[in-house]
Every structure is written in C-alpha cells, then in structure tokens.
Design a protein around this ligand. Structure first.
Ligand code: MG
Length: 383
C-alpha cells in the first residue's frame, strides 16, 4: 500500500489523482491533502477519502473545519503545505499545486526523503538545479505527471542515457494555434480558455495558448532527464495523440500514444515500474484520419524561444521568467491586460533583469519577488 500526500486536491490534477486512488484503493491511500479556498469541494472530497491531515489556505477555515471533523487535523497557509510535505510515514508527495507556490513543499519533501510525483512544473523551471541536487543527495526519485514527460519517461524505459539522440516534445499549440499574431489582437479570456484537446486548469490553459507552457516543459525535460537543450526538440502536433517521443542513436523513434487522459500520467507516476488497469478509453486507430506534425515557430510563439534561451543561460533568469509569466497570466485572466501583453511583459522583464549566473536558493526567491514587482509596475503603466 502506497501512502500519498496530495497537494492541490481540488484542481484538475488533484481531482484526477483522487480518482486514480479510488480506482485502486488496494494500492493507494491518501494520508494528507491540501486545497485552497474551496471548502465546499473539500467537504465533497472528504466523503470519498479519509486523510489524517488537511491543509487549507485560511486559518478561519481550518478552525471551523476542526470542529466539524474532529478526527482530522487541520493546518493552514504556506507553512501548512510545508508541514504536509515533511510528514513522517508516507511514500510519495503528489505536487499538483499551481506556480511558484509548489517549490518550497517540494524541497521539504525531498529533504525528508520522500519521492515526488510532480505536476507542478514551475518547481523545476524555477529551482531545477537545487531540486535535482537535493534529490540526488537524499536518494529521492521524481516521477513526472505531465503528459509529455510521462510519455518520454515511458519511452526511456529499458534504455540507457547515452543511447538517446534527442527528446521530441509534442505541442498542440493551444487555443489560438490557427491564428496569426495579427488575429490575436483583442482575443477574450473565454476564447483563450477553450483548449482544443485537453481540459486543464485556467493558468495552464493560458500558458498553452502562449506556448509558455511548452517552453516550461522543455526546461522541465532538461532537468528530469538530464539532456541539454540542443537535444530537446518541440514539434507541433495538433491532434495530441502522440504524447511525446524519444529518438535513439540508431534513429529508432519510440513514441507513446493514447487518448488525452491525465489519469494515465498520474497513475504511472504512482505505480511505476508497474502498470495498473485504467478504466479509460482505448485509442481507436481506425478512427484517426491523420496525424499532423509541423515545426514550432519561435516567431509565432516567442515565449517558446525565450524559454530555450533562459534554459541555456540559467542563473536567476528561470525564476524571473516564471514570476513574470505568473503575474502576466493572472493579469490577463483578470481582464487587466490584453493577451499579447503577456508576451511583451514577460520578454521585456526577462531582458531588462540584471542577470546573475552563480546563484543561491535565496537568490531564486529574491528574483521571483523582484520580477513580480517589476511586472506589476509595468501593468500599472499600461493602464
Ligand atoms: Mg504537458
């Protein structure tokens, strides 16, 4: 029986993680979980799973819930998240938090010797070198919960690192893939939030439309699998059937295909090296009329190009890139800026930021905070 701490239980990945756990209740149990503000969703979750500890954002929610559920211990805030990550007696942390908030709990889980199933890609974008170094030091494994990285992880099974020629990350192109840059002027939040293939959370759906998400995934792949950026390619694949591929030195290409169902990457991250049954839809090849592939354009998707550049330069820039994007993404969803402003804000903030190559973990936190301030200032100037 594998005992799980689940951070971000009410989000898209969190809900599907609970589904996986309930489908295999003889394999997995949830020891602790966190949610944000949505107490109603939490109450629904608590009719299905029975954690010992729950973390919420607000102290008053924790207090009110404590009297309603005397058998559960409630904690709150960022400290609560870190406490959950550092608990004794569990096997794997499922980190399905959104954004920078996922970094400190990840570090805590690693330092206390827990394996991690990681859906929070920002953790690796921002703190990749620190996270990987700590994981090595503490003998901890990281399992990807991202469809592309799960696909690569599956393709790599049974092969050696030096046998790989390149990783090929597929990209759907997001909600605006068929539009030119001119046609992006004045697009609405609602339009941006309708992803053609995947049903995901709001932040990542916007990141998909700018392809910042794909840029993050390139950096994530670099850290997870240990390949340099010259050996990680992105290819457009609008059908999202091929979840990603690996080319080996003998030119053989191994791909993982399937219907778009995030429960597979979640489940595989928890069950590896075994495979368990999944009550999902099988891919029907006879119904696939065609699969398309095309080059990914850095002109059309400048944030993808920027991610490669930032990934290669490292230092404090990944933290700046992520922070600028988090603020700009949120500002667009709040109706404060236009869609194309997201790119302008992120690119200008990264380019103007004072580059520091050799950094400590504190520098990462500092770059994050400063970049947020700068973007906020730029947004106010625009308004
Ligand atoms: Mg992905």
């Amino acid at each position: 029986m594998k005992s799980i701490v689940l951070l971000g239980a009410s989000g898209s990945i969190g809900v599907q993680t609970i589904d996986v756990v309930l489908n295999h209740s003889d394999e997995f149990v949830i020891k602790a979980l966190s949610i944000g503000y949505n107490v109603k969703v939490l109450k629904d979750i608590l009719t299905k799973v029975h954690p010992e500890i729950v973390c919420v954002v607000r102290k008053e929610d924790a207090q009110a819930l404590s009297s309603e559920y005397p058998d559960i211990r409630f904690v709150y805030g960022d400290e609560g998240l870190v406490e959950l990550a550092g608990l004794d007696g569990y096997d794997v942390l499922v980190n399905a938090l959104v954004g920078f908030a996922g970094l400190l709990p990840t570090m805590r889980a690693i330092e206390t010797g827990h394996d991690i199933a990681l859906a929070n890609k920002e953790t690796l974008v921002v703190g990749g070198s620190f996270v990987m170094e700590a994981a090595k030091k503490h003998g901890v494994s990281l399992y990807p919960i991202d469809s592309e990285h799960s696909a690569i992880f599956q393709c790599l099974q049974g092969n050696q690192h030096h046998e790989v020629k390149r990783l090929i990350v597929t990209a759907s192109g997001g909600s605006f893939r068929n539009r030119t840059r001119d046609q992006l002027k004045g697009v609405t939040v609602q339009e941006a939030l309708s992803h053609p293939n995947w049903s995901m959370g709001a932040k990542i759906t916007i990141d998909s439309a700018t392809m910042m998400n794909k840029g993050f995934e390139v950096i994530e792949a670099h850290w997870l699998f240990g390949f340099d950026f010259d050996h990680i390619d992105v290819v457009m694949h609008p059908e999202s059937v091929v979840h990603s591929m690996v080319e080996f030195v003998d030119t053989a290409v191994v791909a993982q295909l399937g219907t778009p169902d995030m429960r597979l990457p979640i489940q595989y991250a928890l069950s590896w090296p075994r495979r368990l049954s999944l009550p999902g839809e099988s891919l029907d090849f006879t119904k696939l009329s065609a699969l398309h592939f095309a080059p990914a354009s850095f002109e059309r998707f400048p944030l993808l190009g920027l991610a490669y550049e930032v990934g290669r330069r490292q230092g404090n820039l990944p933290a700046v890139l992520n922070a600028a994007n988090e603020v700009a993404n949120q500002a667009f969803r709040d109706g404060r800026i236009e869609f194309l402003d997201i790119e302008d804000l992120v690119i200008s903030t990264v380019n103007e930021f004072e580059f520091k190559k050799e950094i400590t973990f504190e520098d990462v936190l500092e770059a994050d905070a400063k970049a947020r301030e700068i973007v906020e200032m730029k947004i106010k100037e625009k308004m």
